[in-house]
Design a protein around this ligand. Structure first.
Ligand code: G4P
Length: 534
C-alpha cells in the first residue's frame, strides 16, 4: 500500500470544511475570530478584526471593501483543534448578492448559520440557507447576541421551522437574555455553563448539575426567568424535534446553539458539537461515478479565481477544493477540460494578505494555486483521466449593463482587464448579434458585481469605464426540444442556428459566452408571452 493510501482514511476523517452564513451584522466576523482562538490561531484571530476594521492598511484592493463596508474577497482559514483539521471558508458578506458567495458554498461540507437572536431570520440568511439546502449540506445554527434583549428562544426555533422549513433541535438552552442572561443549559450533558461579563471573553468552568431543577441553577437565576426556562424546557421535552444524527447529516435537522460570540460564550460548545456531528468530506460525483475522498489519486475543482489580491505581485490565484487523494507541491495533474497536464508548483494557503506554502493537503482542504495557470472556474484537476466534477452552478443574471470604454487610448488595458475579470466570473458576458456597435453586455446576479467590476478595472488596470444599465431583468436559455436536431451554435454569428421565435418588442435575443442562444426579457409579462408563444 502506498503511503498516501495508508494515510488517507485518517486524514480525511479528521477534516471539517465549512462556511459561516449570515445576514450582515449578525456576528459572522466575531464568531470567526472566536473560533480561531480555539485553534490556537490567536495572531490570526486578531487579523480577522484587523481586516474588518483597518482594511486600508492591508491593500488597495480592500479600498472598495472599506468604502462599501463589505467583504468582497474570500479567504480560507485553516486550523487544528482536538485532532480535527478545520477549514473555514469565508463567504463575502454584503447584502447584495453575488455569484461568488454561491460558488464558495459548493466547496463546503457543512454550514454554520449565525442568527441575531434579537432579529431572527433576515433576508440574506434565507437566501444563503436556500443555496445550502439545495446542496443537501448539513446546517448548524448559532443564535447569537443573547447578552442583548432577544426574541423568545422558542419563537426563534419556531421561525426556523416555519420560514426555513427545517426541523430544529436545540442542543443547549439559554438561561434568560439581555441583562438577565445567566448562561446556557447543555441538554445532553446536563451541565450549566454560567455567563459572566468579563473583559477578554473569559468564562467560568461549566457546573455539573442534576438537571434544570438543581438548586444551584435556581439560585443563579431571577425567579421569573427561572420559571420561564423551566416552562420552555417542559414544552421542548413534549413537542420539540429530538436529535437525530442521520437527519442532521442529510441537512433535514439543524442543531441549534445559543450564545454570544462577542463574549465568547457558547462558542466552544458550538465548535465541539459541530466537530462531533458535522461530516468529513463526502464522495463527489464525476458523471455517474462516485469519487471517494480517501482514494489515493488526487482530484479537485476550481471554485474561485481571483487576480491582483496582492497588488505588489499582480498575480492570479485559483482556489482548488480537493475532492480526493493527496495534493503534493510540484505534483502534476491534468485540467480535464483542456486535457493540459500542468505542474502544480506554487501552491499556497492564504489568509487575508498572508500566505504560506502548502506542501501537502488532503481531501476537504483548499489550496490556492498562484500564477498564470490556464484555469477557469469549475475546472477539474485530476491525476486520473476522465474525471469531471460538475459542482459549479450557474445563476441566471438579474441585472444587465453595457460596459463602455471611455478612453480609446486605454482600450488594451480595458480589454485585458475585462477578459481577466470575466475569467474570474465577476460577471457573465453576452453578445447581441443585431447590435450595430459591439459594446460588451454583462449580466450579474446583483448590481454590486458591476460596481466591483468597474472599480477593479479602474484601480487594477487603470482603465476608464462607464456602466450603462440595460433594461432587462430576466434571462432564459433557449433549447431545442430535441437537442440532436439543434444546429451547433456559432458565437457572434447570425446564421442558420438563430432560433425562429415569437417574442414581444422588449424581448431581445443574445448569445452567451459559449454561443448558446438566450432571450432577455424586461419583465415577467414578456417572459410569459414568450413562453406561451414558443
Ligand atoms: P458580520 O460579520 O456578520 O457583519 O458581524 P460582526 O461580527 O461584524 O458583528 C456585527 C456587530 O455585532 C459588531 O458590532 C459586533 O461587535 C456585534 N456583535 C457580534 N456578536 C455579538 C454578541 O454576541 N453580542 C453583542 N452584544 N454584540 C455582538 P459593531 O458595533 O458593528 O462593531 P464593533 O465596533 O463592536 O466591532
Amino acid at each position: 500500500m502506498s503511503e498516501v493510501a495508508a494515510k488517507a482514511p485518517h486524514e480525511v476523517s479528521r477534516r471539517r470544511t465549512f462556511a459561516i452564513i449570515s445576514h450582515p451584522d449578525a456576528g459572522k466576523t466575531t464568531l470567526t475570530e472566536k473560533l480561531l482562538l480555539y485553534g490556537g490561531a490567536v495572531q490570526l484571530a486578531g487579523s480577522v478584526t484587523a481586516r474588518k476594521n483597518q482594511r486600508a492598511t492591508t491593500s488597495d484592493w480592500m479600498e472598495l471593501e472599506k468604502q462599501r463596508g463589505i467583504s468582497v474577497s474570500s479567504t480560507v482559514l485553516q486550523f487544528e483543534y482536538k485532532d480535527c483539521v478545520v477549514n473555514l471558508l469565508d463567504t463575502p458578506g454584503h447584502k447584495d448578492f453575488s455569484e461568488d458567495t454561491y460558488r464558495v458554498l459548493t466547496a463546503v461540507d457543512a454550514a454554520v448559520m449565525v442568527i441575531d437572536a434579537g432579529k431572527g431570520i433576515e433576508s440574506q440568511t434565507l437566501k444563503l440557507f436556500e443555496v445550502c439546502r439545495r446542496r443537501g449540506v448539513p446546517i448548524f445554527t448559532f443564535m447569537n447576541k443573547l447578552d442583548r434583549p432577544a426574541r423568545p428562544p422558542l419563537e426563534l426555533l419556531d421561525e426556523l421551522e416555519r420560514v426555513l422549513g427545517i426541523a430544529a433541535c436545540p442542543m443547549n438552552w439559554p438561561l434568560g437574555d439581555g441583562v438577565d442572561f445567566k448562561g446556557v443549559f447543555d441538554r445532553e450533558s446536563n451541565q450549566v455553563h454560567l455567563f459572566e461579563r468579563t473583559v477578554g471573553g473569559k468564562f467560568r468552568a461549566p457546573v455539573n448539575v442534576k438537571g434544570i431543577e438543581d438548586d444551584s441553577v435556581r439560585d443563579a437565576l431571577p425567579p421569573l426567568v427561572y420559571q420561564r426556562v423551566c416552562d420552555e424546557l417542559d414544552l421542548l421535552e413534549g413537542g420539540g424535534s429530538p436529535f437525530d444524527f442521520d437527519q442532521v447529516r442529510k441537512g433535514q435537522l439543524s442543531p441549534v446553539f445559543y450564545g454570544s460570540a462577542m463574549n465568547n460564550f457558547g462558542v466552544q460548545m458550538m465548535l465541539d458539537g459541530f466537530l462531533k456531528i458535522a461530516p468529513p468530506p463526502a464522495p463527489r460525483m464525476s458523471g455517474d461515478q462516485f469519487i471517494e475522498p480517501a482514494s489515493p489519486n488526487f482530484s479537485g475543482f476550481v471554485f474561485k479565481i481571483q487576480a491582483n489580491m496582492n497588488p505588489k505581485h499582480r498575480d492570479r490565484v485559483a482556489f482548488i477544493r480537493i475532492v480526493s487523494g493527496c495534493f503534493q507541491r510540484d505534483m502534476s495533474a491534468t485540467n480535464t477540460r483542456t486535457g493540459t497536464r500542468m505542474r502544480l508548483g506554487n501552491s499556497q494557503r492564504l489568509f487575508a494578505q498572508e500566505r504560506e506554502t502548502v506542501n501537502e493537503a488532503w481531501a476537504g482542504d483548499v489550496v490556492g494555486l498562484v500564477g498564470n495557470y490556464d484555469l477557469q472556474i469549475g475546472d477539474t484537476l485530476s491525476e486520473e483521466a476522465g474525471i469531471k466534477f460538475d459542482e459549479m452552478p450557474t445563476f441566471p443574471p438579474e441585472c444587465f449593463a453595457y460596459l463602455h470604454n471611455e478612453n480609446t487610448s486605454k482600450f488594451k488595458r480595458f480589454r485585458e482587464g475585462l477578459d481577466q475579470l470575466l475569467k474570474e466570473g465577476v460577471a457573465q458576458p453576452f453578445e447581441l448579434p443585431d447590435a450595430a456597435v459591439r459594446v460588451p453586455l454583462l449580466g450579474a446576479v446583483g448590481p454590486l458585481q458591476f460596481d466591483v467590476l468597474k472599480y477593479r478595472l479602474e484601480s487594477e488596470y487603470n482603465a476608464e469605464v462607464r456602466l450603462e444599465f440595460a433594461p432587462w431583468s430576466l434571462v432564459r436559455w433557449i433549447k431545442e426540444k430535441n437537442p440532436e436536431d439543434a444546429p451547433k451554435p456559432v458565437r457572434g454569428q447570425v446564421g442558420p442556428s438563430r432560433p425562429n421565435l415569437v417574442a414581444s418588442y422588449d424581448t431581445t435575443l443574445a448569445q452567451d459566452v459559449h454561443g448558446n442562444w438566450v432571450a432577455l426579457f424586461g419583465d415577467k409579462v414578456s417572459l410569459g408571452y414568450f413562453e406561451s408563444k414558443n
